[in-house]
Write a protein that binds this ligand. Structure first.
Ligand code: SAH
Length: 359
């Protein structure tokens, strides 16, 4: 067989190996059946590296480490001033780069994970969109971000309670691998589907498919504009899936899952923060009893606008509230380490000088 180099290339990353494959491999090594559960829960529940599985024979630990190489190598780790936000830049097996952000809150921690290296959705205000698309992540690469963050949280006596699919990439443009990761996080890592939130730019067929899945995850939709003319400009995929079609799909999701929807709205100064924008938004979301999450736009190198100033954010929020909308302002986390919403840019974050930012 000429399989040497080829086989090396296709050794799947640690969390891309299925339980059945692990079982078959341990069987071939002549290991007793109970080892399967030991290794599986060691990886997913106890968040261990094979070398740390001290309930296994030493030789098996070594064999496992070789058979299940990690999919993520840390390229850079940044910790925010207060220490409550950690961002990792990972280098994947083929050199692609993605980022993961761990945020500690009192009593719980949230990890924000990437589903793609880069993104093809081209939203102009988003650093990932500005950098373009590299490739889809595998399910295992998505899951491993949660495991590594969970391990870090545990080191400071915390637990990752929430996972948000709001890092780099568009989850619905990598549907199968994203859903595979959701199932693994639920079934094997043991996270409740109530604590998993998939965020989409508004890919209608993806939302409809999600409505038919067995697990009722939270759905967040990045709306940013309540009329097609403005949304076409901010979120180019709106030309394919305009607001009416998007809201129809949201209604279907709500009907199927009964989970409260949330809409994200990056507040951009003098672009989508006018009273008329709030009124239009209220009219759209009220019938869905949806939650609105306001995020003052974070600065990115390639977008010459700025976030709504704090007084404008308060006015916008109050206007929504007065119209009966459930609304919160997202606290800005990790701005000093470029870990805030929309600032994840993978390797570009290292290459682009922050001082070159446009006005
Ligand atoms: N592609 C998915 C998930 C990734 S982005 C989506 O679009 O939902 C996560 C959130 O951050 C989205 O709501 C996105 O619109 C928002 N965002 C992107 N760039 C931003 C920026 N510069 N400032 C604030 N929020 C931003």
């Amino acid at each position: 067989m000429f399989s040497g180099a080829h086989t090396l290339c296709v050794v799947p990353a640690r969390f891309d190996v299925s339980r059945a494959e692990l079982e078959a491999w341990l069987g071939r090594l002549g290991q007793p059946r109970y080892r399967v559960e030991q290794v599986w829960s060691g990886l997913h529940r106890r968040l261990l590296d094979p070398e740390q599985m001290t309930d296994l024979p030493v030789t098996l630990r070594g064999e496992l480490a070789a058979r299940l190489p990690p999919g993520l190598a840390v390229e850079k780790e940044s910790v925010s001033e207060g220490g409550d936000t950690v961002k990792w830049l990972w280098r994947l097996g083929d050199g692609a780069a993605v980022e993961t952000v761990l945020m500690h809150y009192p009593g719980r921690s949230t990890v924000c994970i990437s589903t793609q290296a880069g993104c093809a959705m081209a939203c102009g205000f988003c650093a990932t969109g500005q950098a373009g698309f590299t490739r889809n992540l595998t399910s295992g690469e998505i899951v491993e971000q949660v495991v590594v963050a969970g391990r870090r949280a545990a080191a400071s006596n915390r637990r990752v309670g929430n996972v948000v699919f709001m890092g780099m990439g568009e989850p619905m443009a990598n549907y199968d691998n994203t859903w595979g990761a959701v199932e693994r996080l639920h079934d094997d890592v043991g996270l409740s589907s109530r604590h998993l939130t998939v965020s989409t730019v508004g890919i209608v067929p993806g939302i409809r498919r999600l409505a038919g899945e067995r697990l009722p995850v939270n759905l967040a939709v990045s709306l940013h504009a309540a009329d097609d003319e403005l949304r076409d400009r901010l979120v180019p995929i709106n030309r394919r899936y305009p607001i009416d079609a998007l809201l129809d799909a949201c209604r279907a999701y709500l009907a199927a899952k009964g989970r409260r929807l949330s809409f994200e709205w990056a507040l951009i100064d003098a672009v989508n923060d006018r009273p008329a924008d709030a009124d239009r938004l209220a009219r759209l979301v009220r019938p869905l009893a949806a939650h609105v999450n306001l995020i003052p736009l974070n600065p990115t190198p390639g977008w010459p606008t700025r976030g709504t100033p704090p007084s404008g954010v308060r006015d916008f929020r109050d206007r929504l509230k007065a119209a009966g909308v459930n609304v919160t302002v997202r606290r800005n986390r990790g701005n000093d380490i470029d870990a805030a919403c929309g600032q994840l840019a993978g390797s570009a974050a290292v290459a682009v000088p922050i001082s070159g930012r446009g006005r």
